[in-house]
Each structure stands twice: as structure tokens, then as C-alpha cells.
Design a protein around this ligand. Sequence first.
Ligand SMILES: [Zn+2]
Length: 184
Amino acid sequence: MAKSRRELGVALSNQLLSVDFLPDFWYIFVEIFLLITTSMIDCTFCSIARGESSAEILYQNEHAVAILDINPIHCGHVLVLPRQHAETFLEVPETELGGLIRATQIVSRAVVNSLNPPGFNIFSNNGKAAGQSVFHFHFHITPRYADDNIRFILQLKKYSGDEMAAYAERIRQKINSDHIHTKP
Ligand SMILES: [Zn+2]
């Protein structure tokens, strides 16, 4: 796959510029471009957002699309995805967040008011270790019912000594260094 992509990159570079030789670094840019574009072309959710793959679309706005999950936890289980390809929550552009969250609230309210479940979950899996299976970020909204026996198997831990303060400090320092100019 990597080899064929490289060959494609070399061929494309040569064709675009009509020269037989290009410095090595040029191919790297073309390879990165192809890697990004091929992953977007292959992405099921990008295809749904473009209207090229079928899905049971419930709602869409400029930034997000909400569809029914084809393998629901409960009937009425919804996925809300940004139109722009982003692998995890961390890559979702700030400009898309408002529309994405608005769509999530609109659809959550509709799920609750139409199906009348006594509760609902909103969650997202980010990374393979967290159970992500489609690598285009999405929120899940699922109805929940009393005694439906769906739960994480949790073994809750306890912080010892100063550990809690140390964890808080590590995270706070990162927030302060990354967002020093946007602090209130
Ligand atoms: Zn995608």
C-alpha cells in the first residue's frame, strides 16, 4: 500500500510538473497529501456527509450530520458526525464545534421526546483502545432504559496521598501552556 502510494506520488508529481526528476522531499509532500485524501475518500462517514453513501439521516446542518447507527445499542441509537473529516475529538476544528454540539442537543431532545426513554447517554470513543471503530469522530446518542443491563464494568480507583493534586497540576499546566492567550 505504502509502495503503491509512493509510486502514485512519483507519477503524479512528474505528470503535474512534467519533469523526470524531483528532489526526494517533494515526494514526501505528495505522499502526505495522498495519505490524507485517500483516507477521506475511503471514509464511510465522509461519504455519508457528502450524500454519496446512503444512511438514515435524521438531521443535518452546515457543520454536522445525524444518522441512525446501523448496529444500535437500542433502537433509535444516533451518531452525530462533523461534516469535515476529523479522526478524534481533538482534531475537530473549533469552527465546527458549535454546529456539532447544537446538532447533538437537537437530536437528543427529539430522541427523548419521540421515544420517551427514561434516560439517554451521549458518549464518544476516541482511539482504538477506547473502542473507536470508525475513525471519523462521532458522538453516540442512545436511549437508555431501567435494568437494560448495559454498563461499563468499572473498577474504580482511589488516589493516594498527593496523587490527585499531582494529576490536576499536570493537566492544568498543559492547559495553561496551550491556551495561555485564551485564558479569561
Ligand atoms: Zn471522514
